[in-house]
Design a protein around this ligand. Structure first.
Ligand code: PA5
Length: 424
């Protein structure tokens, strides 16, 4: 389902030389003995997930999707990025949907929130508030305002159907509040951290409300679980990727740019940045994850990649079959001089741009490229891709002796902010 190619990466070590280290970490992951081992619930989630809750997700999604002209998803970080990445990847950016999704609670912008409220005021709205801790300030601030908006618009009784909370099973203010107000609640498992939670109700409920087939996501997840359970580096594409990152960092490449050629994959890049950045960037170690969408960003970042400081490598996340394609038309006058493309498919043009860029960056620019190729942008592939990146992230972090599952550094800004906001 996902192919990995390191032949353009300019690696100066052999991936297979890491087999011994990889075997050790493989055991740590599967026997749950490494750092942060109480957050490894995602590893066997496809076997252990709550089947009743999965069915309840589909039921609730069915029940509210008719009502939802607009679905508001209120959350930040892992309680936001996965759902957005999934919806955009699977449905595209301008899908013909009866429901429009709007993400809120992921900043403190007063303009953004005011404009969203103005935009939705005459529309039929469903609100899914998502927070594992139940106390995240960006989410709680937006939720208080939106809850008030919903109650004024619909009354408290109707809000019991239109507001759904996804949070911890028993702890936290959001759980208490949801129980008090009678909202349906979905559980974020204790042993799955935010950035690994797209495969739980955190990601599944918004995707199901948007009409995505979550059974397909789980089929892809299951296939990945089987394929990527292999200890052997030769057989495990995710481990090859994890090791290649370590080799490239040993070669002085401290930044990685995840590059896609499909605008609908841009949010996957944002999700991936959180997954790798928050998991790996600690103890003054780790690779800086950045992302770009080509060819758009070739007209901005392309110059730096080609001729700037040699600090980075690229990871191409390619889609073999686009969801749609077009044929470039012939024009009798050819005033724009574009007839040389007549009859060619636009996806073929995109792929030629990719090939030309790969050669330019690798051969002329001496910038290594790892290549991850996905078959398509389906729900199945999304499920597969999530597991691919989860397990490669755990492997690459453990190879660096990092706990992939905490984020102690994120607390520093919060402490300062709370002091300035006068929170006790
Ligand atoms: O990966 C993580 O754990 C974080 O990014 C969280 O998802 C984010 O901080 C939001 O937390 P919460 O779901 O508790 O509101």
């Amino acid at each position: 389902m996902i192919k990995f190619d390191s032949s353009h990466a300019l690696l100066n070590e052999k991936i297979s030389d890491y087999q011994q280290d990889v075997s050790k970490v493989h055991k740590m992951i599967h026997e749950k003995t490494g750092k942060g081992n109480d957050f490894l619930g995602w590893v066997d989630w496809i076997l252990n997930y709550d089947k009743n809750e999965f069915e309840k997700i589909k039921e609730v999604a069915n029940k509210v999707s008719d009502k939802a002209e607009v679905l508001l998803v209120c959350g930040i970080g892992g309680s936001y990025l996965g759902a957005r990445a999934g919806i955009e990847m699977i449905q595209g950016l301008y899908a013909k949907n009866k429901t429009e999704v709007i993400f809120v609670g992921n900043s403190f912008s007063s303009t953004y929130l005011s404009q969203v409220i103005e935009y939705i005021k005459d529309k039929s709205v469903v609100l899914n508030v998502i927070s594992k801790s139940g106390t995240t300030t960006e989410t709680a601030l937006a939720f208080r305002i939106l809850k008030k908006f919903m109650e004024e618009k619909y009354g408290k009784e109707e809000c019991k159907i239109r507001i759904i909370a996804t949070t911890d099973k028993s702890r936290g203010t959001l759980k208490a509040l949801a129980d008090k107000e009678g909202y349906a609640t979905f559980v974020i498992p204790d042993d799955i951290g935010g950035r690994y939670s797209v495969i739980t109700p955190v990601g599944l409920l918004p995707m199901a409300i948007m009409g995505i087939d979550i059974d397909e996501i789980f089929k892809g997840l299951k296939a990945a679980y089987t394929d990527l359970n292999e200890e052997s580096l030769e057989k495990n594409a995710a481990y090859q990727y994890a090791v290649s990152r370590r080799i490239l960092q040993n070669q002085g490449k401290d930044a990685e740019m995840l590059v896609t050629y499909e605008p609908q994959m841009t949010l996957v890049g944002e999700w991936w940045k959180q997954l790798f950045g928050e998991s790996e960037g600690k103890e003054e170690k780790g690779i800086l994850p950045t992302s770009a969408t080509f060819s758009t960003d070739l007209h901005s970042l392309g110059q730096f990649i080609q001729e700037g400081k040699k600090v980075l490598f690229e990871t191409l996340l390619l889609v073999e079959k686009p969801a749609e394609d077009l044929i470039f038309p012939y024009d009798e006058n050819n005033d724009d001089g574009m007839n040389y493309l007549s009859g060619k498919s636009i996806d073929w043009v995109n792929k030629m741009a990719m090939q030309g860029t790969l050669d330019a960056h690798e051969i002329t620019g001496k910038v290594g490229n790892l290549i991850i190729t996905m078959e398509d942008t389906s729900a199945y592939t999304f499920g597969y891709m999530c597991y691919f990146f989860f397990i490669s992230c755990a492997m690459t972090c453990y190879l660096l002796d990092i706990n992939p599952f905490n984020q102690p550094g994120v607390e520093v800004y919060k402490k300062n902010m709370f002091k300035l906001l006068g929170k006790n």
